[in-house]
Design a binder for this molecule. Structure first.
Ligand code: 26Q
Length: 781
């Protein structure tokens, strides 16, 4: 018996009194995790003698930890053998919950960055919130989204260590709570890589200072007795299930301050252990990256701590802040930039607000010195119109602002933040997003990974550029065949999983066309839905012949308060019902909306895709990262010139992808004259799909929500013009592109060649490259 087996057996015996033969899945999960954890313990928390990066983020969408940790420690095979010895496989851990402590792209990016930094060997630690409940679980009831709490801790959390001794007191005016850190090891990819490190993800949990009020209890005021506990625990209770859409809620601000303040206090403590009260080295020792504006309250908080507790002067403290902090912007849409009502801010954080005022005064002086006076200043002010503008603070009080894809950064510089760019041109940078190839190829697609390794060597796991070596096989029929076989195998596996989870049977020989991402109007799931209906009508009326059988797959969660997004889910589910029950198209068309789309589901869907749907209105998707995952797994992109799609096509060739629709410049030109009603009146195909919303073809249970979608597209609303996201404008171009993919798919070898060329040219999209970019351009490490 080897060490791993011995230790796991011991752990099972000691903790649960069971042998491996009769251990439950949860017991095995815990014992294997603990054993793997023990093997890295001595490497963890070794002090590192270099600059440390602190990645502040309200979200870390890490997904399932056990498999990636086993992969990175090199224990995956041993674990598989261990489980095989009792007739099980690593698949049993599919029932273990994901850690869904994030909404989507921004949170998943943070998780990829942790993996990359540890693999490269940078000292980068994550700081965030240990939400009691992560993103809600989704199911469909009669086609409507239903939400329930995500109890991710139910199976215990073997990967975290509670550090009672490092808890921190956080004050909100009269209320005080403890922030208790739970540390998770972030394990770099070790096999064959001597640079790898083990970093830390520190997540703070909010707890009461006094858990129980005995006096109140004795006076029979039972709810008073636990009210402090409830109020404290509320702070880290739930992740806000809302991306983009701004919602100024007092609890959200408390969350942000809670983790920003606790993190800073613990960083300062660490720093002072080394340098005591000499703060002149602080920004050489630490870089703090703000993942969007969500942790930006850390800026006035650090100012407060340095001046009030460390007795630094304001200007000196401000310089330290500026040199330490850097800000990443993830959205173009002005309405999504965080702003807080001054009254609310001041009442929740009375100790911090004065520092916002001081930063604003300093900004005014700087503006005046640059010749910007009077009303001219308003567009820059952090305090304007009774609002605290977080993005303005994040740009002004840091040394770097970056966008997340070339086009996004250009739009920031030329439009959204052009005024700031004029003031501080040197501060603006681009760092195109990336994904970790360890999770998004090696782990989720072992079949393709093994084949790539066979053809190019092992190097791509830590240097994705090496995947380019695959390109020389683009005309090799054996390689293309094998490539096809692997794709078919992944499609079979997905079909089996979907049958089990959704009870829907899909044919793995169909083409798989997949759109998975948060549900948003700008991402245009509705455009996809319309085009499917158009294909359905086209097949029925004979306009479309010779159609390659296709299954259209959706996965998406809608923010619970986003009514129109929920209407779109219902609409797509009704389309699925209509099409899947029509025997005339059974051998041609299938539509599936999977429930509870999350990281683990993505790991199954992405390797099985032939077509990746990336169809946001040009100029709206900052980058996208799902697009990169599909590319790496050999799907072609059907997409607009938006976000990172542009760079994907630049790498893999336009001829190997399917680009359609208006570009940013086109939209600029038409945006004031655009008339969707005209397109509707003139084009019978557009009319047919749109009318399905109101003519009884599809039922919304008399809620009126389909009519509302219809009206929004044709007539607009009080807050948006008609068809704000140009769905009808792009419809024909999209429908044509979709039929083109469908036709091209028939030529198996030509199509596989496109897929292979996408894989071979995905090197740029490793988050290893991204994180090296941040290290060089921003953190200077
Ligand atoms: C803000 C205020 C109140 C409540 C919630 C929020 C909130 C929460 C999450 C605002 C935004 C988010 C998440 C945004 C996000 O995921 N953006 C995506 O970031 C990716 C990584 O850079 C990009 O690839 C995507 O294009 C972008 O949409």
């Amino acid at each position: 018996m080897n060490e791993f087996e011995k230790n796991t057996d011991n752990c099972l015996l000691n903790e649960f009194g069971v042998s491996r033969q009769n251990a439950t899945t949860h017991q095995l999960y815990r014992a294997i995790s603990k054993t793997a954890f023990a093997t890295i313990q001595s490497e963890w928390k070794k002090p590192k003698n270099k600059k440390t990066v602190c990645y502040f983020s309200a979200e870390f969408l890490i997904g399932r930890m056990i498999t990636s940790n086993l992969l990175n420690t090199g224990l995956l095979d041993e674990c598989e053998k261990y489980l095989n010895s009792v007739g099980k496989s690593i698949k049993i851990f599919e029932n273990i919950e994901d850690a869904a402590l994030g909404n989507g792209g921004l949170g998943r990016l943070a998780a990829c960055f942790l993996d990359s930094a540890a693999t490269i060997g940078y000292a980068l630690n994550g700081y965030g919130i240990r939400y009691r409940y992560g993103l809600f679980k989704q199911s469909f009831v009669d086609g409507w989204q239903n939400e329930t709490a995500d109890d991710w801790l139910a199976a215990s959390d073997p990967w975290s260590i509670r550090r009672e001794d490092e808890k921190v007191l956080v004050k909100f005016g009269a209320q005080s709570v403890y922030a208790v850190p739970y540390d998770m090891p972030v394990i770099g990819y070790f096999p064959g890589n001597d640079k790898a490190a083990i970093n830390t993800l520190r997540l703070w949990q909010s707890e009461p200072v006094n858990a129980f009020d005995f006096t109140a209890f004795n006076e029979q005021r039972y709810s008073d007795a636990v009210s402090e506990k409830n109020r404290a625990e509320a702070i880290s209770a739930v992740l806000y299930p809302n991306d983009e859409g701004y919602e100024g809620k007092c609890l959200r601000l408390k969350q942000q301050y809670f983790f920003a303040s606790a993190s800073l206090v613990s960083i300062l403590k660490e720093y002072k252990n080394k340098f005591s009260n000499d703060f002149s080295h602080f920004s050489e020792q630490y870089a703090i990256q703000l993942n969007d504006t969500h942790p930006t309250v850390a800026i006035p908080e650090l100012l407060r701590l340095l001046t009030e507790q460390e007795n630094l002067g304001f200007d000196e403290a401000f310089e330290i802040c500026k040199n330490t902090f850097a800000y990443t912007n993830h959205t173009i849409m002005a309405e999504a930039l965080e702003k807080w009502d001054v009254k609310l801010f001041n009442s929740v954080l009375p100790e911090v607000y004065p520092y916002v005022v001081m930063i604003n005064l300093k900004l005014k002086r700087d503006l005046a010195a640059m010749g910007i006076c009077g009303n001219e200043q308003n567009q820059y002010l952090i305090l304007e119109n009774n609002l605290v503008h977080m993005a303005r603070m994040a740009i002004y009080a840091t040394h770097s602002t970056n966008g997340v894809a070339q086009i996004h950064t250009e739009i920031l510089k030329e439009k959204a933040l052009s005024n700031w760019h004029k003031l501080y041109p040197g501060r603006f940078k681009n760092e195109t997003n990336g994904i970790t190839q360890r999770r998004w190829l090696k782990l989720c697609n072992p079949e393709l990974s093994a084949f790539i390794t066979e053809k190019t060597g092992e190097g791509w796991t830590v240097n994705l550029d090496e995947i380019k070596k695959l390109e020389k096989y683009k005309d090799d029929p054996d390689v293309l065949n094998k490539f096809n076989e692997i794709k078919l195998e992944k499609k079979k596996q997905l079909a089996e999983f979907i049958l089990k989870k959704e009870g829907i049977k899909i044919d793995p020989t169909f083409m798989f066309d997949i759109q998975i991402k948060r549900l948003h109007e700008y991402k245009r799931q509705l455009l996809n839905a319309f085009s499917i209906l158009d294909i359905y009508y086209g097949i029925l009326d004979g306009r479309i012949t010779d159609f390659t059988p296709t299954v259209f797959i959706f996965g998406a969660k809608a923010a619970p308060g986003y009514r129109r997004a929920k209407a779109i889910i219902k609409y797509i589910n009704e389309i699925a019902k209509l099409i899947n029950s029509d025997e005339r198209v059974t051998d041609k068309l299938k539509v599936v909306f999977v429930q509870n789309y999350n990281v683990s589901y993505a790991e199954k869907l992405i390797p099985a895709a032939d077509v990746s749907e990336q169809i946001s209105t040009a100029g709206t998707e900052a980058s996208g990262t799902g697009n990169m995952k599909f590319m790496l797994n050999g799907a072609v992109t059907l997409g607009t010139y938006d976000g990172a799609n542009i760079e994907i096509v630049e790498q893999a060739g336009e001829e190997n992808n399917y680009i359609f629709g208006a570009e940013v410049e086109d939209i600029e030109k038409i945006k004031y004259t655009y008339s969707p009603k005209k397109l509707y009146d003139e084009n019978p195909r557009i009319r047919a799909v749109l009318d399905s919303l109101i003519n009884g073809t599809l039922q919304d249970n008399a809620s009126g929500c389909f009519r509302e979608l219809y009206d929004a597209i044709l007539y607009g609303t009080s807050w948006h013009k008609a068809d704000h996201y140009f769905i009808l404008h792009d419809f024909m171009s999209y429908a044509d592109a979709k039929l083109k993919v469908n036709k091209d798919y028939k030529n198996k070898s030509e199509f596989s060649k496109k897929c292979l060329l996408n894989v071979a040219n995905a090197g740029k999209f490793s988050s290893d490259r991204t994180i090296k970019g941040y290290a060089e351009d921003i953190w200077k490490i």
